[in-house]
Write a protein that binds this ligand. Structure first.
Ligand SMILES: N[C@@H](CCC(=O)N[C@@H](CS)C(=O)NCC(=O)O)C(=O)O
Length: 204
């Protein structure tokens, strides 16, 4: 398997955490790429019309995207039943995943407004509105922080952790820990897991 990836991407990190948790990290060849909302990377576009990472290329050449699909694929390939549980726990896990993904979508839109859009056509209210969504997601995470597991996560739990890690990486000025102490306490334990430490974001 080959993964078009970026070491800065929180969505890629979800996949990497799943690969580590299911013992498949060594089976993946990591292909560097440069996803960008304006400058299309043809290396990714050849496999994914959205030209986004993560994109997984299977041995037979078929491509899987996005992170939600790849994570579920990895779980099934490993016979893992914990990342994507069945029954009522499944809907908790998938909704947490949607919460973490949604926080990240908003954070990325806020970041692109600053880093991808020329200064003369930037719209501060757009960035602020995205950051309102980020704050609302943080408040929701805080309300369920005491229920989050410290090990053996579902896809929802690890997505929340990847989202918090991305805020640390790209939005340290938000200082999310101060207003969300229960989330901070959970993250300090969860982030020490080997799968999280092996996938810390960094600039290429
Ligand atoms: N829903 C997608 C989101 C993926 C995504 O937005 N990836 C970013 C990098 S963190 C990207 O490729 N951006 C390029 C673009 O917006 O075209 C997923 O879960 O994989």
């Amino acid at each position: 398997m080959k993964l078009l990836y970026a070491p800065t991407s929180p969505f890629v990190r979800k996949v990497m955490v799943c690969a580590h948790l299911t013992g498949q990290a060594g089976r993946i060849e990591w292909l560097a790429s440069a996803a960008h909302p304006v400058n299309r990377d043809t290396r990714i576009a050849a496999h994914n019309p959205l030209a986004k990472v993560p994109t997984l290329i299977l041995p037979d050449g078929r491509a899987l995207y996005d992170s939600r699909v790849i994570c579920e694929y990895l779980a099934e390939a490993a016979g893992d039943t914990q990342l994507f549980p069945t029954g009522p726990a499944r809907w908790v896990a998938l909704t947490r995943q949607a919460l973490g993904d949604g926080l990240l979508d908003a954070a990325l839109l806020a970041r692109y407004e600053h880093t991808a859009r020329p200064a003369e056509i930037q719209w501060p209210q757009w960035r602020e509105a995205q950051l309102v969504k980020v704050q609302a997601c943080l408040a929701d995470i805080e309300s369920q922080a005491d229920d989050l597991p410290r090990a053996h996560p579902s896809i929802g739990d690890l997505t929340l952790a990847c989202a918090l890690g991305y805020l640390d990486f790209r939005f340290p000025e938000l200082d999310w820990r101060t207003a969300h102490p229960r989330t901070a306490a959970w993250f300090s334990v969860f982030n020490a897991l080997p799968a999280m430490q092996a996938t810390l974001p960094h600039d290429a």
